[in-house]
Ligand binder design. Structure first.
Ligand code: ATP
Length: 365
C-alpha cells in the first residue's frame, strides 16, 4: 500500500478555479474522505490523483514518487466510480477476475486471487452466478472485488453509494469500513454526505469553493471546527451561532453578548471590536431557569431518544438537544445555559475560529 501526498494542487478550467492550491497527505493505510457540497472540487481533486485530469500546477506523490505527469494506467490506483458498473454477460468469477486477465496473469493465479477476494467479501457462494440476477448488495460487493483483486496501491472512490436507498447505504457504509479495517488500503473517498464521512474516514478534508477549509480527524472537525463554514456544514442540526459585536483581549475567559456575560475557553488572541459569533453545538445547551440568556420556545422536533428545541433568543435562534421527556409549551420563556468548556468563538469577518484553549488543549493533550 502507499502514501498519497499532494502539494499545492491547482486546477483551472479557463478562468474558473475548481481546485485552489490543495496540500495534504493520506498516510499509508489511511481512509480520507473529501467532503463538501456539489461543485466544491472533490471529484476534480480525485481525478487528478487518479491521473484522469492534469493539474494546472502542483505535485502528486505516490509513495514518495512524483506521479504528477504519469498516465492513469501507470499509477497502480483503483478508481471506483460507481460500484454498480459490472459486465452483465459475465458471471461473478469472470467479473472479478477480468482486470487480472487483462494484465495477462496465469490462470491459476487469477483463480487463487479471485477466490481470496471473494472470501474477503463473503461472496464465495455466488462466484458462478450471473451478475444480472444479483441483488444490489451483492452487485456492489462484486464491483468492489474487481477493484480489490488488482491489489492496487490505493483506492479512489467517487460517491460509490450515491444511488442507494438510505437503509442499504447504511449497511454498505459499515461494510466498506469493515473491509478497510481488514485490508488497510490507502483510500480517498469523495462524498457530500457528512454521515458517510464521519462514519468511515480516519481523516476528513472539508472543501468549499475549491479550498480545503479544514483537514483533520472526524473528532477534530466536529469538536474544533476551524471555520464557521465547517461548523455549519458538519452536525445535524449544525452548530448554532450567537452573533454580537465586541472586542476581546487575549486571556479573556468570557464575552459580553449584549449585556449578558458568557464564560468560554480562554481566548488566545486580541480581537479589535467587530462582529463575533459564539458557536455552540445543540447538545451543549441545556434549559436552566436561572440563566440570564433567555428566549421563547419557537418549535420542537421529537426524535425519540431526544428532541431538538428551537428557542428564539432575540440574538438569534438557538437549537438545543434536550431529553425526550422534557416538557415545555410553544411560546414559553426559558433560560438557556451554554456549556462554557465547549464554546467556539469565530471572527465573522474572516469566518475563522478564534484561537482559544479549546483548540490548543485538544491538540496538545
Ligand atoms: P459534484 O459532487 O457535483 O461532482 P464536486 O465537488 O465533485 O461536485 P467537481 O466535479 O470537482 O465538484 O467540480 C468542481 C467545479 O469545476 C464545478 O463547478 C464544475 O462545474 C467545474 N468543472 C468540473 N469539470 C469541468 C470541466 N471539465 N470543464 C469546466 N468546468 C468543470
Amino acid at each position: 500500500m502507499a502514501e498519497i501526498r499532494i502539494e499545492n494542487l491547482r486546477k483551472q478550467f479557463a478562468d474558473f478555479t475548481a481546485v485552489q492550491d490543495s496540500s495534504f497527505t493520506v498516510g499509508d493505510g489511511e481512509f480520507l474522505a473529501l467532503l463538501g457540497p456539489s461543485g466544491c472540487g472533490k471529484t476534480t481533486t480525485l481525478r487528478m490523483i487518479a491521473g484522469l485530469e492534469l493539474p494546472t500546477s502542483g505535485k502528486i506523490y505516490l509513495d514518495g514518487e512524483d506521479v504528477t505527469f504519469n498516465r492513469a494506467s501507470a499509477r497502480d490506483i483503483a478508481f471506483v466510480f460507481q460500484l454498480f458498473a459490472l459486465y452483465p454477460h459475465m458471471n461473478v468469477r469472470k467479473n472479478i477476475g477480468f482486470p487480472l486477465l487483462s494484465q495477462g496473469l496465469p490462470k491459476a493465479e487469477i483463480k487463487a486471487r479471485v477466490e481470496e477476494t471473494a472470501k474477503l467479501l463473503q461472496i464465495s457462494h455466488i462466484l458462478e452466478k450471473s451478475v444480472s440476477g444479483l441483488a444490489g448488495g451483492d452487485r456492489q460487493r462484486v464491483a468492489l472485488g474487481r477493484a480489490i483483486v488488482r491489489r492496487p496501491k490505493c483506492f479512489l472512490m467517487d460517491e460509490p453509494l450515491g444511488t442507494l436507498d438510505a437503509e442499504f447505504r447504511e449497511v454498505m457504509v459499515h461494510e466498506l469500513r469493515e473491509l478497510h479495517n481488514r485490508i488497510h488500503a490507502t483510500t480517498v473517498y469523495v462524498t457530500h454526505d457528512q454521515h458517510e464521512a464521519m462514519a468511515m474516514a480516519d481523516k476528513i478534508a472539508v472543501m468549499n469553493h475549491g479550498i480545503i477549509e479544514q483537514f483533520g480527524t472526524p473528532q477534530e472537525i466536529y469538536n474544533l471546527p476551524a471555520s464557521m463554514y465547517v461548523a455549519d456544514f458538519i452536525g445535524s442540526p449544525p452548530m448554532n451561532f450567537l452573533k454580537f459585536t465586541a472586542g476581546v483581549q487575549k486571556g479573556s475567559r468570557s464575552v459580553s453578548v449584549e449585556g449578558i456575560d458568557i464564560a468560554l475557553p480562554e481566548v488566545h488572541q486580541d480581537l479589535a471590536v467587530g462582529e463575533l459569533a459564539l458557536g455552540v453545538r445543540p447538545e451543549h445547551i441545556r434549559f436552566n431557569d436561572s440563566s440570564a440568556l433567555r428566549g421563547s420556545v419557537y418549535g420542537a422536533e421529537y426524535l425519540g431518544t431526544n428532541q431538538i428545541v428551537a428557542v428564539e433568543t432575540g440574538k438569534g435562534l438557538l437549537k438545543a438537544r434536550v431529553p425526550a421527556d422534557h416538557t415545555f409549551r410553544i411560546g414559553e420563556t426559558v433560560g438557556l445555559e451554554l456549556d462554557s468548556a465547549k464554546l467556539s468563538l469565530f471572527d465573522c469577518a474572516s469566518g475563522r475560529a478564534v484561537k482559544s484553549s479549546l483548540y490548543t488543549e485538544a491538540r496538545h493533550g
